[in-house]
Design a protein around this ligand. Structure first.
Ligand code: F0G
Length: 426
């Protein structure tokens, strides 16, 4: 089974392990990368990748498996897919105007089957788990990973255990996870504490861990980069902007672009900008001080998806930033919720965490880091319906510590023609 054209390689010490193993760390505790040997088989040309867009076979219809030779060449019978990916790339002039750049693209990963970018990584992690004969999967989650895992585990016929920080994930995400049939364990603690616990639990119980620590999740999320470049007709943007939580996405998208560059498909890399909320900004601080990451024990932000103080993939995330001459920026929750109102009002809508990217672009333009003529692409990581509670609180202007600058408060009217006319005129 292990004669596969890739190896698992430690990002810290370079030790290499066989490609197909349930292994998430090196013996030195470093995280692992999938290192492909792309010379072992014939790679498809860009026109073949384009032709697959018109195919009707499930794996070609998936925005992950359409790029399978570059993602992970698994036997088709093991592939667990919900035709993930195929997300829209919007250009939103009103949002661009707000940020001050002329060309702003929004890659909407919230349009995945369970409403977040995670589905791409989950499809690959679950497929490898199936190939390895696993029957149980688990994750620690702020809600999107758990919803995605629950759905893909149901499709694959596996049992799923979701460990979530009690009271800290949105009702929408909790509902999805329960409805798809995962066993949900609510733990009193931060995401970071639970992450460590679950890693140990999975190891001792021999359960497959499907967090971003799983190197195959990262390979799946690389497809964001592949699909984005296909959307852009292989013209590299100047900036790629994404939220920073556990930093799986930053690691994955950078890896995809670096691999494309090494294969001669791109002539340069975009600069990465990773955006964190002020209250959960451990990578931002590490970037500023050029130092090791100091975990934040109690991250405080309204953005529950990235209320993370000790990102497991921080070294890989920082590698993406440094290798692309990128930056890490922080934004306040106030800035994020203002931007969210604008993205929502543009008719696109996104989860608040996703909107940190656009708040970050505005701040970087105001600070002279991004120039207004540069082509900028933001990754919107989650769907607007992931958190209706905070949308309602914002528009009712009842959100704690947030001034609802763009509130669209509903109007109460009596059931009479005069009253509804008055309401529409107000
Ligand atoms: N955006 C959303 C909507 C998320 O749910 C997450 C992370 C991120 C961004 C951060 O991405 O970890 O790749 O830097 N959600 C995880 C979860 C932690 O459990 O759903 P990252």
């Amino acid at each position: 089974m292990n004669d596969v054209p890739w190896r698992l390689v430690c990002t810290d010490c370079g030790t290499s392990y066989p490609g197909l193993e349930s292994r998430y760390r090196c013996d030195c505790f470093g995280t692992l990368d999938v290192n492909h040997d792309f010379r072992r088989f014939r790679l498809p040309s860009l026109s073949v990748l384009d032709a697959r867009l018109a195919s009707r076979t499930p794996i070609d219809r998936s925005g992950v498996w359409r790029f399978r030779e570059f993602i992970l060449p698994l036997p088709t019978e093991h592939i667990v897919t919900r035709r993930e990916g195929n997300t829209n790339l919007y250009d939103a002039p009103s949002v661009a105007r707000y940020t001050g750049v002329e060309q702003l693209f929004l890659k909407h990963e919230g349009e995945n089957p369970t409403g977040s970018f995670v589905d791409r990584g989950m499809s690959v992690a679950m497929s490898v788990a199936r190939q390895l004969g696993a029957t149980r999967v688990a994750c620690a989650s702020t809600g999107n990973t758990s919803a995605s895992m629950a759905s893909y585990a149901a499709v694959a016929g596996m049992r799923a255990f979701a460990f979530v920080p009690e009271g800290q994930i949105t009702d929408a995400k909790l509902s999805q996870t329960l409805a798809f049939g995962a066993k949900v364990i609510r733990v009193a603690g931060t995401f970071d504490t639970i992450m460590t616990l679950v890693e140990d639990f999975c190891e001792s119980e021999r359960i497959t861990l499907v967090n971003a620590l799983n190197p195959f999740r990262i390979e799946g999320q690389k497809a964001i980069g592949w699909e984005l470049m296909q959307d852009l007709d292989w013209e590299v943007p100047d900036w790629l902007v994404l939220p920073g939580g556990n930093l799986g996405n930053a690691s994955a998208i950078y890896k995809s672009l670096q691999e494309m560059y090494d294969l001669g498909l791109l002539h340069r890399l975009p600069r990465f900008a990773v955006i964190q909320p002020e209250g959960a900004n451990s990578l931002y601080k590490a970037f500023l001080t050029a130092d090791s990451l100091v975990p934040i024990p109690t991250p405080t932000t309204l953005l529950s998806a990235i209320r993370i103080g000790n990102p497991v993939c921080w070294k890989k995330g920082l590698r993406a930033v440094h290798a692309t001459d990128g930056v890490v920026e922080e934004v306040s929750d106030q800035e994020t919720f203002d931007v969210k109102a604008i993205v929502d009002k543009a008719g696109i809508g996104a989860e608040s965490t996703a909107c940190t990217t656009i708040a970050g672009v505005k701040k970087l333009v105001d600070g002279g880091v991004i120039e207004s003529h540069e082509r900028v692409c933001c990754i919107l990581t989650g769907h607007i319906l992931k958190e209706h509670d905070s949308v309602l609180a914002y528009h009712h202007a009842t959100m704690p510590n947030i001034t609802a600058h763009f509130a669209n408060t509903p109007i109460l009217a009596d059931a009479s023609i005069q009253a509804i006319k008055r309401a529409t005129d107000s």
